[in-house]
Design a protein around this ligand. Structure first.
Ligand code: UDP
Length: 372
């Protein structure tokens, strides 16, 4: 109906694919999706290696959501397994689970001490409560203060310093609050209603989202090399780069993965093992756990965090704090002055979105734009 209306979507990750599909399908408009990389799916790109193991190239991606709209949208493009993520952590050589919960408490302390702490916790807080570590640290009871300092030091301090380059006090509290102290015996990392891994991988899911007659994909193409006339642009790249860094660069953390192939069936008992007290990597991923891939070999990746530098590595995490929010607000103000250019996604919005939030943001933006 409106095929002469031309949309450009910059970035073929989850945000770009979602908005492209909605425009193509519901408005019947032409959509060209470009990506500087030579593959779709952005940082949730995965592929099967020669051993038949599905590798998440940019680190483990575990889908989880409570959002019905997001779930029903994605379910059209992929069947998911019922994988429920758990994270094993090595704390002073003891293998336990994260988030720190009652099971962790009994794993790391002698039984009588754990029992005393458990009783104190339940005397003060309700069962199942999730408490961000920075809040948990504000204890007046001596035993609970000891426990809070222990958890801060053993779970958060070194991991956060490795991951963000600063201590937990110097990153936004929302970051460490993603992994709260959990007064429960539930060892899952997420409690969302819907959780799982797409059975044929994220790349296939994103390809399915993009598979529509009104959508054209052009890979290996940068926005600045795409000088055509567009009626609307949806930009999922970094907002500061779009404006040529005119107010300065928005900081990001990057990640480096050192892949290893091992000639044995399993390297570790779990998909992700965190090392909050030891080594200079933060965690080790073992990919075959996600889809229960069968192979006599296994592939792991050690994850190292580092500062993002233009031209050297890739943006993974916006760094939420007041200074960066203020800088982002300047770019956002510039963005709002533009007509028919919209920003979305982790890099476009400079927000630490999970995959489901990214999809939701695109669905919401579509609902807004279609009314315009
Ligand atoms: N975190 C930590 N120790 C852990 C796990 C997480 O200190 O063992 C903190 C750390 O600051 C991390 C944040 O909690 O960046 C959020 O963790 P999450 O696993 O959600 O990060 P992601 O998987 O997005 O990298």
């Amino acid at each position: 109906m409106n095929k002469h209306f031309r949309n450009l979507v910059v970035g073929a990750g989850l945000s770009g694919a979602t908005i492209a599909r909605k425009l193509a399908e519901e408005l019947n408009q032409e959509v060209v999706v470009i990506d500087a990389k030579n593959h779709v799916a952005g940082n949730c790109f995965d592929y099967r290696d020669e051993n038949g193991i599905m590798i998440h190239k940019y680190g483990s991606h575990i889908f989880h959501t409570n959002n019905e709209d997001v779930w029903s949208f994605l379910k059209r493009f992929a069947d998911f397994n019922q994988y429920m993520h758990k994270v094993v952590a090595i704390i002073d050589g003891i293998e336990t689970t994260i988030p720190f919960n009652f099971n962790t408490l009994y794993n790391v302390f002698p039984k009588t001490m754990a029992k005393r702490l458990e009783e104190k916790l339940l005397g003060r807080f309700s069962y199942n409560k999730k408490i961000p570590i920075l809040e948990f640290k504000k204890q007046d009871d001596e035993d609970l203060k000891y426990l809070a300092d222990y958890v801060y030091e053993k779970v958060f301090l070194h991991y956060t310093t490795k991951q963000w380059g600063v201590s937990p006090n110097d990153v936004d509290g929302a970051v460490t609050a993603r992994v709260p102290v959990y007064l429960s015996k539930d060892n899952r990392y997420f409690q969302d209603k819907y959780q799982g891994i797409p059975l044929q991988g994220y790349t296939k899911m994103v390809n399915n989202i993009l598979n529509h007659p009104n959508i054209e994909i052009r890979l290996g193409l940068k926005y600045k090399d795409c000088n055509e006339k567009w009626d609307r642009i949806f930009y999922t790249g970094a907002i500061d780069e779009f404006f040529d860094y005119k107010f300065g660069q928005l900081p990001y953390r990057s990640v480096k993965f050192k892949f290893e192939e091992h000639d044995r069936e399993f390297y570790q008992q779990n998909s992700v093992v965190n090392y909050p007290c030891n080594y200079d990597f933060t965690r080790i991923h073992e990919y075959k756990h996600y889809l229960n891939d069968k192979s006599s070999k296994t592939v792991i990746a050690k994850e190292y965090s580092e500062a993002f530098e233009v031209g050297k590595n890739e943006r993974y995490y916006p760094i939420p704090n007041d200074t960066n929010e203020t800088l982002y607000a300047k770019y956002k103000e510039e963005a709002e002055k533009l007509e028919n250019v919209y920003f979305l996604g982790r890099l476009g919005d400079y927000k630490y979105y999970d995959m489901d939030k990214t999809v939701y943001r695109a669905l919401e933006l579509f609902n807004k734009v279609k009314e315009e």
